[in-house]
Design a protein around this ligand. Structure first.
Ligand code: FAD
Ligand code: NAD
Length: 474
């Protein structure tokens, strides 16, 4: 049956149902706005369907399998038989539960859900082509719009994702079977998280990274801890080499890399994961028709209200630029909805945490020591090695440290770098401290539960004041 074109109207049109878009829609609904959310593919976007959640599910499962097989020191002798299809099926179940939850929450908050791809036709109207031939389309007139179209993986020239040899992170999160060997191009967030996961499941992994270290932007002692542990897991690294091209060998891929001096090296592997960054998606919704112009990096620039150059159009999440993290998208979605509803909310990026789910994990927030210096502070730093944490020893994971950075004169907490088990959780305490304008003493005098990993945060703060008890003061 052909359903003709229909015309509708809405106060707020949200394009894209990932963490940026669905939060904007739900918050808008809560504030009494009439919201329409258009999603072309699956509610939850990259994060729930092929990013944060599926990767963390598989990382957790691979940790479990690895731990079981490496607990001889604790007197435990066991073998883990991993059924990859069962593993991926479990992960899909987790994803379904969460994406279904997003849909329900949208409906419960009065959000009008429209499946399909939205394209601006002008600055106050968008057309949504409904899926399937002859399904017609809908023209939606809006007062405000929130562009939340996310990002997609960058394709290296010559390395088109084919789902067979050359894999994207999405492909690796839905493997049918575990390859024996994997070449990972890019030692950033995805390269390091998925290499660790694959190595723990028994795959031979080699990482080729263009720069001279993994995880650009993190302190050298943070990356060293993670890199050394990755090497213990059997991951091999080649630095200073960029992937140039590949050929199919029949049972795998032969990849050629080139270093700064033009010297080439060849690697063979059953599969190749290319994870060299992600780029904003602005080519799915005809942004130009709405008067929007992406910058030279493809980003829709916004102000501290998440507003674009076009007064009534907002952009949130990955499409609005770095850092491309789900919790940053959440916050921007939240703020955009509140600003549209007339609330005096604004964005403040001084305490955006980041976590890398490697072994051990990394958690950071605020400023490093050198960033604090560059911003004109006279920083004081306190550290607690995890080897001195009773809890870390009881869980058999004592690599890493907690470092807290503060302003020497006022003792205001400025940042933290944590490389430790559960660093992704531990960093929240320091984020809250920065957000509340806490001083070192506030953290140091907080009674932390014993024995927990979080005690190390308290000890690092005390260490910065020369008052640590469980480690030598600096
Ligand atoms: P997306 O989640 O990309 O959602 C955009 C949505 O818009 C999509 O559903 C798309 O279908 C839809 N869309 C696009 N165009 C249109 C259109 N014209 N009409 C209708 N719909 C449209 N971040 C973290 O913070 N922690 C992590 O642990 C983490 N792990 C990750 C692991 C991997 C493997 C990957 C790839 C990413 C990870 N990220 C992580 C990043 C995180 O997924 C993104 O930052 C987040 O999803 C961005 O949210 P978003 O709403 O901006 O965009
Ligand atoms: P990334 O920017 O983190 O890392 C890409 C790496 O690829 C860099 O180290 C870069 O030097 C390298 N590279 C680029 N071109 C290369 C080439 N030709 N040969 C070899 N190396 C090359 O990007 P990513 O790992 O693809 O992740 C994309 C984004 O997804 C991240 O920036 C982050 O925003 C998000 N993400 C977040 C998490 C998390 O929060 N835990 C996890 C996964 C992804």
């Amino acid at each position: 049956m052909v359903v003709g074109d229909i015309a509708t109207g809405t106060e707020v049109l949200v394009i894209g149902g990932g963490p940026g878009g669905y939060v904007a829609a739900i918050r808008g609904g809560q504030l009494g706005l009439d919201v329409t959310l258009v999603e072309a593919d699956a509610y939850g976007g990259t994060c729930l369907n092929e990013g944060c959640i599926p990767s963390k599910a598989l990382i957790h499962a691979s940790d479990l399998a690895y731990e079981v097989e490496h607990a001889e020191e604790m007197g435990i002798h066991a073998r883990a038989d991993v059924d990859v299809q069962g593993l991926v099926g479990w992960k899909d179940g987790v994803v379904d539960q969460l994406t279904g939850g997003v849909e329900q929450l949208c409906k419960a908050n009065g959000v009008n859900l429209v499946p399909g791809r939205a394209e601006f036709t002008d600055s106050h109207t968008a057309r949504v082509a409904h899926g399937g031939e002859g399904q017609g389309s809908e023209s939606i007139e809006f007062e405000h719009a929130v562009v939340a179209t996310g990002s997609r993986p960058i394709e290296l020239p010559g390395f088109s994702f084919d789902g067979d040899r050359i894999l994207s992170s999405s492909d690796v999160l839905s493997l049918d079977s575990l390859p024996e060997t994997m070449l990972v191009v890019g030692g950033g967030y995805i390269g390091m998280e998925l290499s660790t996961m694959l190595a723990k499941l028994g795959c031979d992994v080699t990482v080729v990274e263009m720069l001279d270290d993994i995880l650009p932007g993190y302190d050298e002692d943070v990356t060293r801890t993670v890199r050394e542990r990755a090497e213990e897991l059997g991951i091999e690294f080649s630095f200073g080499e960029a992937a140039q091209g590949w050929e199919d060998t029949g049972n795998g891929a032969r990849v050629t890399t080139e270093n700064e001096d033009g010297e080439t090296t060849e690697y063979t592997a059953e599969n190749v994961l290319v994870a060299v960054g992600r780029q904003p998606v602005t080519d799915t919704c005809n942004v130009e028709a709405a008067g929007l112009e992406p910058n030279e990096n493809g980003v829709l620039e916004t102000d501290d209200a998440a507003r674009t150059d076009v007064e009534h159009i907002f952009a949130v999440g990955d499409v609005a630029g770095e850092p491309m993290l789900a919790h940053k998208a959440y916050r921007e979605g939240h703020v955009a909805a509140e600003v549209i509803a007339g609330e005096p909310t604004r964005l403040d990026y001084q305490a955006v945490p980041a976590a890398v789910f490697t072994d051990p994990e990394i958690g950071t927030v605020g400023l490093t020591e050198s960033e604090a210096e560059a911003e004109g502070f006279d920083p004081v730093v306190g550290e607690m090695p995890m080897a001195a944490s009773g809890r870390a020893l009881t869980v058999g994971e004592d690599e890493g440290f907690v470092r807290v950075v503060a302003d020497a004169e006022t003792e205001f907490v400025l940042g933290a770098q944590i490389v430790a088990p559960e660093a992704s959780e531990l960093i929240a305490e320091v984020g809250l401290a920065i957000e509340m304008g806490a001083r070192l003493e506030d953290i140091a005098a907080t009674i932390h539960t014993h024995p927990t990993l979080s005690e190390a945060v308290g000890e690092a703060a005390a260490n910065a004041r020369g008052a640590a008890v469980h480690t030598l003061n600096r």
